[in-house]
Each structure stands twice: as C-alpha cells, then as structure tokens.
Design a protein around this ligand. Structure first.
Ligand code: NDP
Ligand SMILES: N[C@@H](CC=O)C(=O)O
Length: 344
C-alpha cells in the first residue's frame, strides 16, 4: 500500500527540531511500509522566520544548514512565508501536523502557545516538545479540538505518562517521585566527579539537553513543568506551576554529594507528589535518597520515575539519554500516533 503523506510544519530548529529532521530523513521505505505514513516537512520556523515548500523541504539539507549556523529564511530555494506558524497556515500550504519545538515562555506561553493555538484553530493536531504551552493552558490543550501529543515533555523518550496511567488504572498512587530534568542529574554527577559547576553546565549544553537558558534547568523550572504535566495527566489534579514548592540544584556542593555518597546515599534532583489534606503536594528539590532507591542508582545520563501505589506495588522506570535525539524520537512517536488516530 502507498504510504499516506503527512505534511509537517516544524517550529523550532535547534537540538530537538534538528534531531527530528534527521529522524524524519532516516524514515526509510521499510519503516514507511511498517507505519504506513510518508512524513514530509513542508514548513519550518526558527527565530529568523518561516519557510514553506508544498513539495517538501529536504530535511537533511535544512538540518545541515541549521547545524552550520544558518537561518531558516536563508535556506537555498526556500520560500519565506512570514515569521510565525500563523503566517505559514495563512499560505494555504496543506499542513497535517505541527511540531512545536521552540523555546518555552512560562509567563505568557510566547510564540509557542500562539503557534499551538493557531494550529488547533485550523484543525491541525500538534506534537509538543515545548512544555510551556501545556503548563499554561492544560485544560484548553487537552480539551475538545485537535489532539496534542506531549510525550517528549515528560522525560525525553521515557513514555512516562503512558506507564504511570497504565499502573494507576487499577491502583492509587501513594507517592510519585520523578527525576526528569536530565541536565540537573548530569550536572550534579559531573560536579561529584570533580568538574566545576560552570564546566558541568557547559558539558550539558554541549550535549543538547540543557535549555538555552540553563537556569531553567538548574533552578528547577523544567522539573516543575514536568511534575505539573505528570500530575495533571495521571493524578486527576489540576496543578499550576505556582503550586510547586521549587528549589534548584545551585546550592548543592561537591562536599554535599561526596558526603551523601560516603554514607551510601545519593543526592538526586527530585520532583515529588504526595497526597495531602488539600490535594497533591508538589515539590522539586535536591533530595538525599538511600543508595538502594531506583533513582539513586541512575548514572549521569539517566532520568527516571518511581510510583508507589496501594495495590500495584512500586513502578520504577528509567531512560538513558546522552543527547537530544531520544526526545526527538518521542516527538516522532507522537507524530506517528497522531497521524494514525482514527478520524485523521
Ligand atoms: N533539548 C532537549 O533535550 C529537550 C528540549 N525540550 C524542549 O524543546 C524545546 C526546544 O528545545 P531545544 O531544541 O533544546 O532548544 P534550542 O535552543 O536548541 O532550539 C530552539 C529553536 O527554537 C527557535 N526559535 C526561537 N524563537 C522562535 C520563534 N519565535 N518561533 C519559532 N522558533 C523559534 C530557535 O531559532 P534559531 O535556530 O534561529 O535560534 C531554535 O531553532 C524547548 O521548549 C525545550 O524545553 C523537550 C525535551 C527535550
Ligand atoms: N532541559 C531538559 C530537556 C528536556 O526536557 C532536561 O535537561 O531534561
């Protein structure tokens, strides 16, 4: 059977967007036969503006152009279509799906939230890498209208929400622990190994996992976003960012890390949800865990989640991700799932 075309607009062409372009390019005939879809990038947006080509933009050429420091609007042969996703949609280029992988703006949602709203208003589903739109507009984006996939927003390629939801189908969570900010895990691990905090952060940025402004990671904002999304998706609550009691990792010293290690313990940047009298209490902070805790056994490149339940035991799952590619694979997973959803 001929694979069905899926025409994709990619907004944000950095570590995630660039990795996704390469994954789409690698989606060969065998894989197309398996999933039945022909993924085509027909629009792309970065900070320079938006380009469209109804016949398809070569994802390898675009990824290479961006990796070399180029601007989307300077891609040879590209047609410039304004500066935003709304501008792209106004061109009438048939778009079946939006990928939103631009920077997060936790105050207003910024261009990312505007892009998601424009796509959904046009009847187009969205695969999100950016967390801010979801954190700020949870009910809107998970309510009626085109579907929004957000697998990459809750711990890279770890299918965190799917796993936790499945576990809680027949059980009640008594405590959720989530170490889902890869940068904080990585930085603490490198500091423990003897690197300076500045060098550790620079190494995290070089991998592509750190946010453009690393304080978003180090001050616990990213972990708090992930905890809010996880809580809203799986614990039947409606949490906001302001509900999270948040402490970053910048106060943790190498001495703290080594002292914990010598005592058979490990300092882990942890998001925690525990039931309280007024609902779920959400905390993000570096926590000393006993050495046999599943999240204390993670290495520098791992993230993980643990869910303690009343009758379904203790779920624990980790993922090892040395760079941004696994998160891009999670976006690809959402693209394929959304495209195969009945009604599309
Ligand atoms: N890196 C990771 O491992 C993960 C990141 N995420 C999330 O994915 C998103 C992207 O992360 P990442 O790829 O690392 O970030 P990068 O900083 O590497 O890339 C951001 C991209 O967004 C583009 N951009 C900036 N402003 C706009 C705008 N107004 N409209 C459209 N595009 C814009 C930038 O343009 P230009 O190239 O011109 O600078 C750049 O291409 C973030 O929200 C992040 O939280 C989620 C999971 C994992
Ligand atoms: N900056 C984030 C990337 C993905 O969300 C992290 O370090 O985990």
């Amino acid at each position: 059977m001929t694979p069905r075309p899926v025409r994709i607009a990619v907004s944000g062409l950095g570590a995630i967007g660039g990795s996704l372009l390469r994954l789409i390019a690698a989606d060969d005939a065998d894989r197309r036969r398996t999933h039945g879809l022909d993924l085509r990038v027909v629009a792309a947006v970065d900070s320079s503006g938006a380009i469209v080509d109804a016949g398809g933009i070569d994802p390898v050429a675009l990824a290479a152009h961006k990796a070399a420091g180029g601007r989307a609007v300077d891609l040879p042969g590209a047609t410039v279509a304004g500066t935003t996703v709304a501008d792209v949609l106004a061109t009438g280029t048939g778009i079946d799906m939006l990928v939103e992988a631009g920077p997060g703006d936790l105050e207003t949602g910024g261009a990312g939230l505007a892009a998601v709203r424009a796509a959904r208003a046009a009847g187009i589903p969205v695969a999100l890498a950016a967390k801010a739109p979801l954190v700020l507009a949870w009910d809107e984006l998970t309510g009626p209208g085109p579907a929004v996939g957000y697998s990459a927003c809750v711990g890279g390629a770890l299918p965190t929400v799917t796993l936790v939801r499945a576990t809680l189908t027949s059980a009640r969570a008594t405590r959720v622990e989530a170490a889902l900010n890869g940068t904080s895990v990585y930085v603490l691990s490198l500091i423990e190994d003897g690197l300076s905090p500045a060098d550790a952060v620079a190494r995290a940025q070089a991998t592509g996992i750190a946010e453009p402004d690393p304080s978003f990671d180090l001050d616990g904002w990213d972990a708090a976003c992930k905890l809010v999304i996880l809580a809203n998706a799986t614990l039947g609550t409606r949490a906001r960012l302001s509900d999270v009691d948040r402490t970053g990792i910048t106060g943790v010293t190498r001495d703290d890390l080594l002292r914990a290690r010598a005592a058979g313990r490990r300092v882990v940047p942890l998001g925690t949800a525990v039931p309280g009298a007024d609902g779920w209490r959400l905390t993000v902070a570096p926590v000393e865990l006993p050495g046999d805790h599943p999240l204390a056994r993670m290495d520098a490149e791992e993230m993980g989640v643990v869910v303690h339940t009343d009758v379904a035991g203790r779920l624990s799952a980790t993922t090892r991700e040395p760079d941004a590619v696994p998160s891009a694979a999670a976006v690809l997973r959402d693209i394929l799932t959304l495209a195969r959803t009945p009604g599309r």
